[in-house]
Ligand binder design. Structure first.
Ligand code: SAH
Length: 205
């Protein structure tokens, strides 16, 4: 038996996939109808995304139900697990909000759909990348809830390069498409941390 936090983490990521499922389905239908105007994804990004899926989704499930990762066990303090649960709950909340606000403009890779419009309201009025923020919270929860350095840290290790390559590519695409409107939007929002929070920790007002 694993620690209860391991099973809770698996339940959390299954809930996240259930939240994503109808959006994935709608995007698939859009693709089938030819309603995707632009698609930007490089080979490196595809490989990274596949690794991300393995690191963040399959490895924890295999860890919960097999003994394959016995070589990398370690002890995690219980308080880490509780902080992890809070991160995971925040991630789920952010995912629900972000998908509701982004609606049909969501896509699993970088895409512009027909009649794509720039969303600047709801959670997108505060941060530009709430879904990516939710993934950060999830991989942090993974490190705090899975008492195995390989599987626990695996999510963070594979998400970091995905995040670092994807955000500039996405913002470049949005700037090409929406120009000054996106530039103004960038100026008044934070990336994954609200601008107002940053003002709390730095002094530049
Ligand atoms: N980075 C965002 C969205 C991720 S989904 C987040 O973390 O929540 C990726 C797709 O969302 C991109 O292909 C882009 O077309 C679309 N997108 C990102 N920001 C958007 C916005 N403010 N308005 C409309 N579409 C957006």
């Amino acid at each position: 038996m694993r620690s209860p936090f391991v099973y809770l983490f698996v339940v959390g990521i299954i809930i996240e996939e259930i939240i994503r499922a109808p959006h994935r389905y709608r995007n698939k239908m859009d693709r089938r109808r030819g309603a995707i105007e632009e698609h930007r994804i490089g080979a490196v990004e595809s490989v990274l995304m596949t690794l991300n899926l393995w690191g963040a989704l399959l490895a924890p499930i295999l860890y919960a139900f097999t003994d394959w990762f016995g070589f990398a066990e370690y002890e995690l303090p219980a308080w880490g697990g509780f902080i992890g649960v809070a991160c995971l709950a925040a991630a789920i909340w952010l995912l629900v909000r972000a998908h509701a606000d982004l609606g049909r403009n969501w896509s699993p890779t970088l895409e512009i759909v027909t009649e794509h419009h720039l969303v600047t309201e709801g959670i997108y009025g505060t941060i530009r990348h709430p879904i990516y923020a939710a993934v950060w919270l999830t991989v942090i929860a993974q490190a705090l809830m899975i008492d195995n350095w390989f599987v626990g840290l695996g999510g963070l290790a594979v998400y970091l390069p995905v995040y670092l390559t994807r955000v500039p590519a996405e913002e470049g695409m949005m700037l090409d498409r929406f120009g000054d409107a996106y530039r103004a939007y960038m100026a008044r929002t934070g990336g994954i941390i609200p601008r107002s929070w940053r003002r709390l920790i730095t002094t530049d007002r």
